[in-house]
Design a protein around this ligand. Structure first.
Ligand SMILES: *Cc1c(COP(=O)(O)O)cnc(C)c1O
Length: 429
């Protein structure tokens, strides 16, 4: 049995956690193990997982099929460089990704994390226009309230306020921002909703290499859902103004919104697609950027004749074998039915929160449930309350949200939802 107190002390002494201060007195919980939808803390308590470890653990934890795939690959090799060498897990996974993503995407570039997939997507767009003799097209266009990652390029297209752009002003690339659409998921997109994006394209298209968007669901920038109609119109405008469309499906990909990819809600295809997070079922870090043969060929035939990127751990074989196992598990499961059932239970359960005066809005899409409050939550009090109630939920700012593993059963999901509703009902304004 791990010495709980000692581990916490050494954690405080040596370790820096995401978006945190090293002198923070916020509670932190040592995990012993995780199995299915249950996270077992070092003190023996079990929590039902409402977060899928940030969108990724869609099959739950410690899945025998995933474990076997990785252990088989471990016997062959855990890593080998990808310059000048290739291997079956990478080729199989690339082929499968090409098969299940929108049909025009046929080339796969593997990277180590979502943020890097976004960097690679932006570099592809810039190199494409450079090869087409349009080197002035170097800027990105995006909408407010987005989130695309924590590296500098990805930060530059994330929300300027949430991302504290002022802090990094001398270092961060200046991009073009349009207003986030106000049309909700089930609403049509009006001229007013699209006008800001249209104006930016009209005025600046000569300098814009690509429009980058999270399709339908804006994740860490505010958990907002917008109309597929907006995405359709954005696609049309990109074609009209000679701007590439990059879709960042790192959060939405692999079924989370009820479609395998969120762009399917709008029946459109991007020129460049980023996937990550659930790609390996939460087992290993891996992401990928996909593009069309035309873009790949233009880049390859232009100056400098190669694509200027190549991470050390590109297409790591363990990660690729985890990706393959995860995708096959997903595709051979009744995932649509599972997402529909999760959506229904989230809807009936979380709707109760609408009546609380401190709740601004409740929104559900696929296996995502969001309760937006009027005020930011006090993490120091609310996080231990969730743990006491036997659930793992990690709110941010005014948002308490659930995105459980797809394999969660009805009883566990209802337990999770009831715990969350009860804690929200007790929040004092
Ligand atoms: C999480 C996320 C990223 C960044 O991925 P990392 O693996 O954390 O670098 C990029 N885009 C979206 C939409 C995300 O949700």
């Amino acid at each position: 049995m791990t010495n709980y107190t000692n581990l916490l002390e050494r954690d405080r002494d040596y370790v820096w956690h995401p978006y945190s201060a090293t002198n923070s007195n916020q509670a932190i919980f040592p995990v012993q193990s995780a199995q299915g939808v249950r996270i077992k803390l070092a003190d023996g308590r079990e929590l039902i997982d409402g977060m899928s470890s940030w969108w990724s653990a869609i099959h739950g934890y410690n899945h025998p099929v995933m474990n076997q795939a990785i252990s088989n690959q471990l016997g062959d090799m855990s890593h080998i460089m990808f310059g000048g060498l290739t291997h079956q897990p990478a080729v199989d996974l690339a082929e499968l990704l090409v098969k299940i993503t929108p049909p025009s995407l046929k080339k796969v570039f593997f990277v180590d994390s979502g943020s890097v997939a976004v960097e690679v997507a932006m570099k592809m767009a810039i190199q494409y226009w450079y090869a087409k003799d349009q080197p002035q097209k170097q800027k990105m266009l995006t909408i407010s309230h987005g989130y695309h990652g924590d590296t500098f390029g990805a930060m530059s297209v994330s929300d300027p306020v949430n991302g504290m752009h002022s802090l990094f002003s001398d270092t961060l690339a200046q991009q073009f921002f349009a207003d986030t659409p106000s049309c909700k998921f089930n609403q049509p997109c009006t001229d007013k909703d699209i006008s800001s994006l249209q104006d930016q394209l009209e005025n600046n298209h000569q300098h814009i290499a690509a429009l980058i968007l999270e399709p339908i669901v804006q994740g860490a920038g505010g958990m907002r859902f917008y109309s597929p109609d907006y995405l359709k119109q954005a696609r049309k405008l990109c074609d009209q103004y000679n701007v590439l469309l990059i879709l960042d499906e790192i959060a939405t990909g692999f079924g989370r919104t009820g479609k395998l990819f969120a762009c399917e809600h709008a029946a459109i295809e991007p020129d460049i697609l980023c996937v990550g997070k659930a790609l390996t079922g939460g087992y290993m870090t891996l992401a990928a950027t996909l593009t069309t043969p035309a873009i790949a060929q233009t880049i390859s035939e232009g100056e400098p004749g190669v694509f200027m990127h190549g991470p050390t751990f590109m297409a790591n074989p363990l990660a690729c074998s985890a990706g393959l196992a995860s995708l096959n598990l997903l595709l051979n499961s009744p995932w649509q039915d599972r997402i529909t059932q999760i959506q229904q239970l989230l809807s009936t359960g979380l709707e109760q929160c609408k009546d609380f005066p401190h709740v601004k809005e409740v929104r559900i899409l696929g296996a995502i449930g969001v309760v937006e409050l009027h005020q930011a939550v006090d993490m120091q009090t609310i996080q231990p309350q969730f743990v006491e109630a036997g659930v793992w939920v990690r709110p941010f700012n005014r948002l308490i949200y659930l995105m459980p593993p797809y394999i969660i059963d009805k009883d566990d999901l209802n337990f999770l939802i009831n715990a969350v509703v009860s804690i929200i009902s007790n929040i004092k304004d």
